[in-house]
Design a protein around this ligand. Sequence first.
Ligand SMILES: Nc1ncnc2c1ncn2[C@@H]1O[C@H](COP(=O)(O)OP(=O)(O)OP(=O)(O)O)[C@@H](O)[C@H]1O
Length: 893
Amino acid sequence: MSSLTYDLTLAGLSVGSAAALTGIGLIVTYRSTGVLNFAHGAIAMVCAYALRQCVVEWGWPLWLGATVTLLVLAPGLGVVLERFVFRPLSVLGSDPAQTLVASIGVFVLLVGGAALLWGQGARDDAPELVPDEPWGQLAVVLVLAAGVAAVVRWTRFGRELRAVVDDRRLAVLGGIDADRVAAAGWAFGSFTAGLTGVLLAPYVRLDPYGLPLLVMEVVAVAVAARMRSLPVAVVVALGIGVAQSQLTRLHPSGWGEPLLQAATTNLFVVALLVAALVLPGVGARDALPRTATARVPTPPGVWIVAGVLFLLPLGLAGRDLHTSVQVPALAVILLSLVVVTGRGGQISLGQAAYAGLGALFMALLAAGRFPGLPALPELAALAVAVVLVAPLGLLTGWPAIGRRGLALALATFAIGVGVSRFVFAQPYATAGLSLGRPAGFDGDRAYYVLELVLLAVALLATHALRRGRTGRALAAMRDHEAGAQAAGVRVPSLKLGAFVAGAALAALGGGMLGMGLRAFDAAAYDPVRGLLWFAAVVVLGADSTLGALAAAALLVGLDAGTRGGVAAALIGVLAILVGRFPGGPYEALRTVADRLRPRRTPALTPTGVRARGLLRPAEPREPRRAPVPVGATATGATAGGAPGTGGRPPASPVPRTPPTPSAPLLTARRLHARYGGFTALDGVDLDLSPGRITAVVGPNGAGKSTLFHCLAGTLRPARGTVRLGGRDITALPAHARTRLGIARTFQQLAVFPSLTVAENVRVGAEQGRVTDRGAVERTLRLLGLDGPVRALPAAGLPTGTLRRVELARVLAGGPRVLLLDEPAAGLDTAEVAALARVLKALAADGTALLVVEHDLDLVAGLADVVHVMNAGRIVASGPPGRVLDALGTGAGR
Ligand SMILES: Nc1ncnc2c1ncn2[C@@H]1O[C@H](COP(=O)(O)OP(=O)(O)OP(=O)(O)O)[C@@H](O)[C@H]1O
């Protein structure tokens, strides 16, 4: 082996060991607590600073500083985080994504705290703990990995850890102290973070922003190991480390040279992109915490105050005015997060990349350096930059189609880091770039006025996206993605649209920020800022435009008026607390204010209901009546009146002539479905005819839900066909089937909690085939939802009411086929009887109904034909009396 190869291998092993340490720490924390610790790099940075403080500033011996840092501070930090941040969240049973926001909050807090304590400048005098050769580090990594593996495999603690990882609740019921397991996981994870920090600090820039990011870039190692296998993490880390080191020998030439060089020196970032975008996502089922996105109506007076506050800087001068110029620009960037995250419910940690690309493209366009375009005046350059960056929103929009929660967070973070490393940090893209302001707006005051105009445009655009049909569809997607799809919302295109609009807004804000600074400054669009901006918007009310304006003013104002880092620290604390206050900061304030006030009966307004956190007063205040007035108001078949006459609402919002009952409308032939190697459906045939109610019954695990999913389009059968009126729809996704007239309800209620009852129903009407404006009103009347309850947010309404809301939403789309998955679940006897009346009336009106139901009495009284399923097959069919009697249930009689 040549000595160069050997030396490079050693250097690579050194880097790889540090990456392996990070991987081990991330995996252990994730396995023991279910949290992907975004703060891992920040803990590493704090420990590196702490060791430097002990040894360099206070003159302690290295061994003492290292002992205190690694054996006291680092694990202590982990235990404190577990006890005071993550344990309360798990006790509250919060959404896993809430822990993601909290861990980003810890990241931001530690970065801000470090900037406050030690300043923002880089240090190059971090003490060296192990000599600059890899063997020591490698030995540490291998011993740690082997030790962890041995503990997990052979000790009682290891067994407990595995039990907690498999099923925390079951483990607790079995007498395992899950908190102790989690605390140990956090302590060990933080120890490895600290070790990584002190090992890396002497060889890289030690600063509050750089080191945490560097450590988090290697998260790919843990993802590649599926957050599970320590040996895989170690091998991948060492492999990438050595490969990156060896690649430095390459000296490519030609046009691709700078990019290739960037790739070879940033192989961990390349791995991060591959791991986050190509490998199957980790934690892909988590969604954004809904509590953080609840909508709170803004009193108009608040907008006037905000307007006045935004005009105030016009009275400032000098440095203060110059600083204020950043506020409207940042506000526009944060508005992009309101659209993507607040309204659309999509986590985006990469908005800083779009903001930076906006500024960069604008600078290139204005300088005439953009390929194929002449030099443009600044405002035109800004407009073109926005248009060019908007489609790049697909970079994060595309992964969002198949990813949620943690997986989406990682994908968008990876793209933010990738753009930062491969574009912003590369001299070929940014060298010698300056940014001017438009003619006539050179002075800070004039420029601020221009920014206010652009901010107003951005606010109008955001407002338009959050209102009306698009806004309702976005909120529906955020609240319940499967429900939105079932209501006919084109979820994939809506996600792409949200990310494209978000990228355009971020680019506009980024360009404004660049003009304000009169330069393209890559540090202003650092991925760490992306995390800070995300946390700021989430804690100040993700779905609130006013929250975005406040966040921008807070971030700029605090950093300008105090030592850098205060704003980040404050946002970090708020992000950590956000999960404890369901409903967000305004709810928290209202709750506190409410506790201080003497108790009174709340007014029946959405605000009153929400302010008290009492989301159940609707039921007593609704007039006591049969929930569904359908028995008296159905179609001619049940009530003798023609639809829509005599003041009686029609049973279905779309009047139509019932087709011949005999011709099946929806047919399934030889359906086979598998989960892995398990056959859940084994050649099922089914016909649903107009005007008939078909029921499917059977024991648990018989395959009823699987059949239902194949018909609704949420599961693609392995074999067989589904046809609607002769058209093969087997390959059509759920929303497309809805638009053809197949509607479904869910076993677990699918309503959109942040929308009002009427808005829920409107979503169903406007996404489907129906354009009939009266459909919403008729359906609300039909299901007894046209009283005061129509204006209440769905969140917290009683189950019986919500079942009616869901059914109303489905009916408002005018379905021809209605698939109901356990529609009686959670209803009392009176509500079940009322539901039966509605369903019979719908059938009488010509709808084809399928009911999957455990309540055999309901089936007996409702169905025209019953199919019994067992082990993936239909084993008996016929009229309910005969089939249910044959089953010996007695329900048929
Ligand atoms: N996502 C999945 N992955 C693996 N197996 C699954 C999955 N979903 C269902 N199964 C299995 O397929 C079989 C059929 O399940 P299915 O939910 O369709 O039954 P079911 O009749 O609806 O039962 P239940 O009445 O309990 O809902 C069961 O053995 C179930 O364990």
